[in-house]
Design a protein around this ligand. Structure first.
Ligand SMILES: C[S@@+](CC[C@H](N)C(=O)[O-])C[C@H]1O[C@@H](n2cnc3c(N)ncnc32)[C@H](O)[C@@H]1O
Length: 275
């Protein structure tokens, strides 16, 4: 099977691990000295945030029971390998219709995934996260797909990179038909996310934007993720692999042209409580 699919290559990148570790540190600090944590990871993908949470829980002597939910079965199988914990459960389902009862969890993560849902599903997924949390439970999300994710000095990179990649994909697939799906391009602002989380009933207790420096390898790794590649080059499902390869093939030259060592990017992070 093609490599263009899961988020796994990017999930192994140090910059990505670090930004998620920071989120987890904040959540653990907020949860305080509890002995047992019931965690739900929404849109868990290959499970990096949950794996980091287990690492952290072991260090602090906390017993963690995690449920990882995703609608991509292949990602969930990979998550089972990556997380590798007896106390973890893997559920195939959609974030906006959770197959769980009320008030079961101490924390719900929605890391690097909420932006993928359409407007209605975003609202429903946040309401569902609220519903399954215990009173006082924490909701934590982050994303780098939002309006302010691109520092001014990174903008020349994207312009040049996408232009080069379009030339590349057009050479590989002359006469290709562009997709008119623009889901990944409809970016909300940081304030929109704040409002969405508030509207679901949460009280926001932390809100920040973290600056992250992405290496060439990290930019290549994100390019191999199907949703990213399709969004960036308006590619169809059939062209996804060629889109990913075109993006990857042009990363090095674009860094070189602009004499850049790292690509700066911003991650939005929100922690909220079910009061
Ligand atoms: C970029 S990955 C993030 C994975 C993981 N949370 C992390 O931070 O590394 C996004 C995941 O969201 C999942 N996803 C998208 N829409 C979903 C939905 N409605 N319900 C559940 N998962 C969804 C995708 O299948 C993908 O695995």
């Amino acid at each position: 099977m093609s490599d263009v699919h899961t988020f796994d290559p990017f999930a192994k990148e140090p910059a990505y691990i670090h930004v998620n570790e920071r989120l987890i540190e904040r959540v653990m600090k907020r949860l305080g000295s509890v002995g047992v944590i019931q965690l739900l990871e929404q849109a868990a993908g290959t499970g990096l945030p949950t794996a980091l949470m287990y690492k952290r829980a072991r260090k602090t002597g906390v017993k963690l029971f995690a449920t990882l939910l995703d609608l991509d079965l292949r990602a969930l199988y990979q998550a089972r390998i990556e997380v590798d914990e007896a106390n973890a459960t893997y559920v195939y389902g959609s974030a906006d219709k959770l197959p769980f009862g009320q008030q079961s969890y101490d924390a719900v993560f929605f890391a690097n995934g909420l932006h993928l849902l359409d407007a209605e599903a975003k609202r429903d997924a946040l309401k569902e996260s609220y519903r399954v949390l215990k009173p006082g439970g924490l909701f934590a999300m982050n994303t780098t797909f939002y309006y302010e994710a691109y520092p001014e000095e990174s903008k020349p990179f994207y312009g040049r990179w996408i232009r080069r990649s379009i030339v590349e994909i057009n050479q590989r697939l002359p006469g290709r038909t562009k997709s008119n799906k623009v889901q990944a391009m409809e970016f909300l602002t940081a304030d929109d996310y704040r409002d969405l989380v508030n509207d679901a009933g949460f009280e926001i207790i932390e809100w920040r934007q973290r600056r992250v420096m992405l290496s060439q390898a990290a930019v290549r790794a994100i390019s191999s993720y199907k949703d990213f590649a399709m969004g960036a080059l308006h590619a169809t499902e059939e062209d996804a692999e060629q889109a990913a390869q075109s993006l990857q093939a042009t990363v090095r030259q674009t860094f070189h042209d602009l004499q850049m060592q790292y690509l700066p990017r911003t991650w939005l992070e929100i922690i909220a409580v079910k009061a």
